[in-house]
Design a protein around this ligand. Structure first.
Ligand code: SF4
Length: 480
C-alpha cells in the first residue's frame, strides 16, 4: 500500500475520509466546490509568493509527480550534489515489514550543516502553509517529512519548519513530535491495511467541505444515524453507545435516570426532546422565552450580511423592509461594488434604518450584531447611535434555540427555512459560494455574479421573515 502525506493528513481529519479515498471510486465524490477551488488557488498563490521572494534559486526535480519513484531518485541525486534548496522533492521509503511504501513531498528541502550519507551536509524540510496558526495536523505532516528525510539521508533530521500565512517561520522539534507521529502512523496503517469501513459520523463543521459529504450523508440518513441529531457530538455519541443507545427511538425512550449520570440532566433533556421532535416530525416547546421585541410591529426590518473575510470587507448589507399591515415589501441591496465602498453602504444602511426608528431589526446569528459593532467602530459612528441601533436587533437564532425544538438536523437558517416550506431560488448555495462570486465579480466585472449574490441574500432575508412569523405564531399558540 502507498501511504502519501495527503492520505495521512486525510486520516488525521477523518478516518473514514482516508478509507474512502483509498478504497472507493473517485467518481462517487462530490464535484469540487467553488470555495475549495478558491482556497486551493490562494494556497498556490501563497506558495508562489514565498518561493519567488525567499527561495528564488530553489531547484525542483523534472519528472512528473505521478512518477514518484523516478522523482524520488532524482531528488536523491540533487541531495547528493549538495543543492542548497530543493523544491517539491519526493521522499520515498519502503517498509516491507509493514507492507507499505511511504511517500512525502515537502515543499522545500534546505541544506544545512551536519553529516548524512551524502557527505558533510544534511537537509531539513520546510512546508509552506496558508493557515495563520501551526495546527497540530500541519506539525504532524512536518514530522512525517522529517521522518522520511531521516530514512533517506541516513541521519536524523532533528526539526522541520513551516512558513505560515504571514510568512512567519515555525519550528517543529522532533523530540516532541516523533512519538506522536509514530502513534498516529500506526493508527493510520492499522485502519487502512485492515480495510474495514469506519462508521459514518456527520459533523457539520468537519464534513461540510468534504468531497464525500453526499455519500456519507446518504449512509447516515439510511441508518437514521444519531450524528444527525443536533447536539449529539462525537463524545456524547460514544457515551450513548456505551449505554446501548444507538437509535432515535431508543434515545427518545431511554430512562433519564440511566442517561443523567453520564451526560447530565440538561444535555439529556435537550437530546431526548430533540429525538422526540424528529420522530414525531413536529416542533416542541422548550421554554416560554419571549424576546420583548418578538411582536408584530408596524414596520419590520430583516437583515443579512455578506462578507469577504480575505479582504476584510462587508460587501453586502441586505435589508428587507416589511409593512406588516399592508404586507408591502421592499428589499434594499446595499452592495459595495469595490471593497472601498464599504463606508458608503454603511452610511446608506444607517440612513434607511433611521427612517423607521422604531422598527425592530430581525437577523439570524450573532454575526450581524458583531459586524455592526465593527463597522460602527471602523467608521466612527457615535456610540449613542450604535447603542440605539443595537437595541433594535433581535437575533432569531438565539430566540429559536432557547425556546423551541424543531425536527431538523441542524439549526441553520437553511434547514429551518426548508422545514417551514421556504425554498431558496438557487438551491445548494451557501455563503461560501457568495464569497467566490464576489471575488469573481471583482476579477471579471461580470454582473451575473452580483445578481446571484443578491438573489441569495434576498432569499436569506425572506427566510428570516418566514421564520419570525412562524415563531411568533407558535409561541403565542403555546402561551394561550
Ligand atoms: S463526509 Fe464527514 S464522515 Fe464522511 S468522509 Fe467526509 S469528513 Fe468523514
Amino acid at each position: 500500500m502507498l501511504l502519501t502525506d495527503g492520505l495521512f493528513l486525510d486520516h488525521r481529519r477523518c478516518e473514514r475520509r482516508a478509507f474512502l479515498n483509498l478504497y472507493k471510486s473517485h467518481s462517487e465524490q462530490d464535484p469540487e466546490r467553488g470555495f475549495l477551488l478558491k482556497l486551493r488557488q490562494e494556497s498556490v498563490n501563497h506558495l508562489a509568493y514565498v518561493l519567488e521572494h525567499f527561495y528564488p534559486h530553489a531547484i525542483q526535480p523534472t519528472s512528473k509527480h505521478q512518477d514518484f519513484y523516478l522523482r524520488s531518485v532524482e531528488t536523491e541525486t540533487l541531495m547528493k550534489e549538495g543543492l542548497d534548496c530543493i523544491h517539491n522533492g519526493a521522499l520515498l521509503f519502503e517498509e516491507p515489514s509493514r507492507g507499505v511504501t511511504l511517500l512525502g513531498n515537502p515543499h522545500l528541502l534546505i541544506k544545512t550543516a551536519g553529516k548524512s550519507r551524502f557527505g558533510d551536509w544534511a537537509y531539513f524540510p520546510i512546508n509552506i502553509q496558508l493557515g495563520r496558526r501551526p495546527k497540530p495536523e500541519y506539525k504532524l505532516i512536518a514530522s512525517f517529512h522529517a521522518y522520511l528525510l531521516t530514512k533517506v539521508q541516513g541521519s536524523r533530521a532533528d526539526y522541520a519548519q513551516m512558513i505560515l500565512r504571514r510568512h512567519n517561520l515555525y519550528t517543529v522539534y522532533l523530540t516532541d513530535w516523533m512519538p506522536r507521529l509514530e502513534k498516529a502512523l500506526a493508527q493510520c496503517l492499522t485502519l487502512l491495511l485492515v480495510s474495514s469501513e469506519p462508521e459514518v459520523f456527520i459533523s457539520r463543521q468537519r464534513c461540510s467541505l468534504c468531497h464525500w459529504y453526499s455519500h456519507c450523508y446518504t449512509v447516515a440518513q439510511a441508518e437514521q444515524h444519531l450524528s444527525l441529531v443536533p447536539g449529539v457530538t462525537p463524545s456524547r455519541y460514544q457515551s450513548l453507545q456505551s449505554l446501548g443507545i444507538s437509535t432515535l427511538a431508543s434515545l427518545a425512550d431511554a430512562s433519564p435516570s440511566l442517561l443523567n449520570p453520564v451526560l447530565g440532566f440538561e444535555t439529556v433533556s435537550g437530546l431526548q426532546l430533540q429525538a422526540q421532535s424528529i420522530l414525531e416530525k413536529r416542533a416542541l416547546i422548550k421554554s416560554n422565552y419571549f424576546h420583548p421585541q418578538l411582536i408584530t410591529a408596524p414596520w419590520e426590518f430583516y437583515f443579512d450580511i455578506e462578507a469577504e473575510p480575505e479582504l476584510d470587507v462587508e460587501y453586502l448589507l441586505g435589508v428587507l423592509l416589511i409593512n406588516t399591515k399592508t404586507k408591502e415589501q421592499r428589499y434594499y441591496a446595499l452592495f459595495a461594488e469595490q471593497p472601498e465602498q464599504e463606508a458608503l453602504i454603511w452610511s446608506e444602511f444607517l440612513e434607511i434604518i433611521n427612517q423607521f426608528p422604531t422598527a425592530p431589526i430581525f437577523h439570524y446569528s450573532e454575526y450581524e450584531v458583531e459586524t455592526i459593532k465593527k463597522l460602527a467602530h471602523r467608521y466612527l459612528t457615535p456610540t449613542c447611535l450604535l447603542e440605539s441601533l443595537l437595541n433594535r436587533f433581535v437575533d432569531l437564532h438565539y430566540q429559536v434555540t432557547h425556546s423551541v425544538i424543531m425536527p431538523v438536523e441542524s439549526y441553520s437558517l437553511k434547514s429551518l427555512g426548508n422545514w417551514l416550506g421556504f425554498y431558496w431560488r438557487d438551491p445548494g448555495i451557501s455563503g461560501d459560494q457568495c464569497v467566490c462570486w464576489y471575488d469573481n465579480w471583482l476579477k471579471t466585472g461580470e454582473r451575473s455574479f452580483i445578481d446571484s449574490i443578491l438573489r441569495y441574500n434576498e432569499d436569506d432575508c425572506q427566510a428570516t421573515y418566514r421564520l419570525k412569523q412562524w415563531l411568533l405564531e407558535f409561541l403565542t399558540a403555546v402561551k394561550n
